[in-house]
Write a protein that binds this ligand. Structure first.
Ligand SMILES: [Zn+2]
Length: 297
């Protein structure tokens, strides 16, 4: 992806020095975990299915439990990150592109795009939705309208989830921004009201529609950002599709346990995630992302 030299957003909050981080692994419930533990934690929080906070995530942290308060007293002191490292510049650049693309799309629809903040953090962070953790993967908090990313996730994406490439990294941001667009369009609030009335299995099915729509919106963004910046090269979109195929619920469940349990899906299968991104990317039209109306996902 040729991203250097494009506009960088001012809406990135770098809170990586705030503490709560530690080492190269993640903290969860006071237990220090290496990278290998991350997926187990993700799957674990998903199966327990308690729902004290609403967040929308790229992985299966969606609408699942925020870990209970963790023991900060045993945290390692966070090492101050460089303020202008290339990865942070990359995030600022992609965020700026989402601002340009969604600003134009919403303006055409007679609406205003409120630019969200994106928070870089390490380890653990307080959010408007409660305590956030690296182990949850990147997520969007509708209460404070912020996207939260621990950049260590990109290592997980590359090394544990077999999804290299900066285009894949951009997709992660675009997916979370997709949730912000859902919030602005009133979709998130409608969905939350709906889920509150639903059985667990039904609520999971609703969650799948929310997540696939965010993938489709990521495709819409990719379409328009390519028109504006011509930055995706030949192998970039295949790398996005590769990433989407590695973070489907079926793929993640296969990685962490022997059985695949469709009723517990909250984000959709790999094939569905790929197909909805492709759909958005093919036309660049928001109207093609109505996962709630689709008879077949
Ligand atoms: Zn999501």
């Amino acid at each position: 992806m040729r991203w250097e030299g494009n506009r960088e957003s001012d809406n990135v909050e770098d809170r990586r020095s705030d503490g709560g981080g530690g080492g190269g692994g993640f903290r969860f419930g006071g237990i220090h975990l290496g990278i290998g533990g991350v997926l187990i934690v993700l799957i674990g929080s998903w199966l327990f299915g308690v729902n004290p906070m609403t967040v929308f995530s790229l992985l299966n942290g969606d609408s699942t439990s925020a870990p209970a308060s963790q023991d900060q007293s045993v945290s390692q002191p966070a090492q101050a990150p460089p303020t202008n490292d290339p990865l942070a510049n990359f995030v600022r650049t992609v965020l700026a592109s989402t601002e340009d693309v969604w600003g134009a799309i919403l303006q055409q629809a007679g609406r205003t795009y409120e630019r969200p903040h994106l928070v870089l953090f390490r380890g653990a962070i307080e959010t408007g939705c409660g305590g956030g953790e690296s182990a949850m993967g990147p997520f969007y908090c509708p209460q404070d309208r912020r996207v939260y990313i621990d950049l260590g996730f990109y290592e997980t994406l590359r090394n544990r989830l077999g999804s290299p490439g900066d285009a894949a990294q951009a997709y992660v941001i675009a997916h979370e921004i997709g949730h912000h667009v859902q919030k602005l369009m009133g979709i998130s609030d409608k969905v939350e009201a709906m889920r509150a009335q639903q059985s667990r299995v039904q609520a999971n099915a609703t969650s799948v529609r929310v997540e696939l729509q965010a993938d489709c919106y990521a495709g819409v963004w990719a379409f328009h950002s390519q028109e504006q910046n011509h930055w995706f090269e030949k192998n970039d979109i295949p790398l996005v599709l590769n990433a989407a195929s590695h973070i489907g619920d079926d793929a993640l469940q296969k990685m962490s346990q022997a059985r695949v349990m469709p009723e517990s899906f909250t984000h959709g299968t790999s094939a569905q995630r790929v197909s909805w991104f492709e759909r958005g990317y093919a036309s660049g039209r928001v109207d093609d992302c109505d996962t709630f109306d689709a008879a077949t996902l």
